[in-house]
Design a protein around this ligand. Structure first.
Ligand SMILES: N[C@@H](CCC(=O)N[C@@H](CS)C(=O)NCC(=O)O)C(=O)O
Length: 230
């Protein structure tokens, strides 16, 4: 199977969930990271400069045997299936889906403040996120972790749901988002444990050393480097 994941040269969760699932399972793929000129081109034209179709003019895109597929959740499911990190059981699969869709919801909750240019308005939005929206969502996620009798969201092993949450937490708690303090996840012990569990996975560590430009090789928590403006 010929696989290519197209995204920017960033460890953002939307691409990392797919890249990491394949890397962990040793499924070979072309990790295509485009520059900002190519990104502007695809936003305008719905394709890369080489003609590769980019549905909805957005990334990530997975090209699988020449067919372009968009949307983070769908791509995560395909890569999860290919890597054995997405359950066959429909209920378990639904439980993974609900987590990935929630990560998308949290990402979308942050988007308006990322587009806000007025620093005062932006700060007010970020305070609301820090004091209300993020703790609410983290609480829901913590409850799901508490209800499952393992360190993982679904069943007894790591799935693409855990990688998606790990990627999102790494971004939010890294301190790169102005006015969202890294400590926002501190009260959520199970979520922090999950984050650290994924970070310490040997394949994840290998991937970070291989692909993250400024990655520290120690066990530093939240050592992400994703800009605020994505
Ligand atoms: N619904 C899409 C949203 C993806 C998305 O917003 N991608 C951003 C990059 S992180 C993008 O391509 N933005 C360009 C644009 O929307 O014009 C998904 O779930 O994958």
């Amino acid at each position: 199977m010929d696989l290519k994941i197209i995204y920017l040269d960033l460890p953002f969760w939307r691409a990392e969930v797919a890249r990491l699932a394949l890397f962990i399972a040793d499924v070979k793929f072309d990790d295509l990271r485009i520059n900002s000129a190519e990104f502007s081109y695809l936003q305008e034209n719905g394709k890369l400069m080489d003609g590769t179709l980019i549905p909805f003019n957005q990334l990530p895109v997975l090209v699988i045997n020449g067919q372009s597929i968009a949307q983070t959740g769908g791509i995560a499911r395909i890569c999860g299936k290919l890597s054995g990190m997405y359950p066959e059981d429909i209920i378990e699969a639904g439980k993974v889906d609900q987590i990935i869709d929630t990560v998308t919801d949290i990402n979308e909750l942050l988007n308006p403040s990322m587009r806000e240019n007025d620093p005062i308005k932006k700060r007010v939005m970020r305070e609301e996120l820090t004091n209300k929206d993020l703790p609410n969502y983290f609480g829901y996620l913590e409850d799901i972790l508490n209800a499952n009798n393992s360190n993982w969201f679904v069943g007894g092993k790591m799935s693409v749901a855990d990688i998606a949450v790990w990627g999102l937490l790494g971004w939010i708690a890294s301190g790169v988002l102005d006015d969202i303090p890294p400590g926002v996840i501190n009260p959520f012990k199970r979520l922090k444990k999950l984050y650290n569990e994924v970070s310490q996975n040997p394949h994840v560590r290998e991937w970070k050393i291989k692909t993250y430009a400024h990655e520290k090789t120690s066990n530093d928590e939240y050592a992400f480097d994703v800009p605020d403006s994505i």
